[in-house]
Design a protein around this ligand. Structure first.
Ligand SMILES: [Zn+2]
Length: 210
């Protein structure tokens, strides 16, 4: 739960959306951001660029998920709801179609239980194990079910042929983790074909979540 007021959270969502857009982590109307409020959630609206969010027009949902103000929420609201439902301490969820993470989500020969190797300490601390969620068409309820199945054990998931979904205790934590994931996907692709010296199981075990 965030200690920021609702109006501060609205501004933070818009600032973060613009930052994602300016850095090419979001394009068109792809990607969505949500935060938990004491009485429900704020979600980014459907069909709007993260680069042009308006704090006053963010979708506000009540605790039962009913829209109470703002524009209609993202059609991917179900992804966010699945994370909040299974991870009670989640304060924010970020979902992107960021290029390098999507590229990795399409590779045929990855470990579905943990897609990326532990190549840096910060990746291990902010993301940890990253399972691949089997492909389902956007809006298919089976996708929500597949996310729910993995969400209780993992705050970061990679949707096959789609993109990452990351939950955090705060908006900053979720944003830092999804950015670490995207950069690690980029490094992984850069290193493909090279022999890797990933962190050992002991080195991974010695790290604490950030
Ligand atoms: Zn998506």
């Amino acid at each position: 739960m965030s200690r920021l007021s609702e109006s501060n959270l609205r501004e933070e969502i818009c600032r973060l959306g613009a930052s994602f857009f300016e850095r090419g982590l979001s394009f068109g109307s792809a990607g969505n951001i949500s935060v938990r409020l004491d009485d429900g959630w704020l979600m980014t609206p459907t069909n709007v660029s993260l680069g042009r969010l308006d704090p006053a027009r963010l979708s506000k949902l009540d605790a039962s998920g009913r829209m109470i103000s703002g524009d209609a929420p993202t059609k991917e609201t179900f992804l966010h709801r699945a994370m909040y439902e299974k991870r009670p301490h989640t304060g924010a969820v970020v979902h992107l179609h960021s290029t390098h993470s999507v590229a990795v989500s399409v590779l045929a020969d990855v470990d579905h239980a943990d897609v990326l190797p532990p190549i840096t300490a910060y990746y291990v601390m902010r993301v940890g194990r990253l399972p691949l969620v089997p492909y389902h068409p956007p809006g298919d309820l089976a996708l929500a079910e597949a996310v729910r199945k993995l969400a209780s054990k993992h705050h970061a998931l990679l949707l096959a042929n789609h993109g990452p979904v990351v939950a955090g205790n705060s908006l900053d934590a979720a944003a830092n983790a999804i950015e670490e994931l995207e950069e690690t996907a980029k490094l992984f692709l850069l290193l493909r074909g090279s022999k890797l010296r990933a962190l050992t199981d002991e080195q991974v075990a010695a790290l604490k979540p950030a």
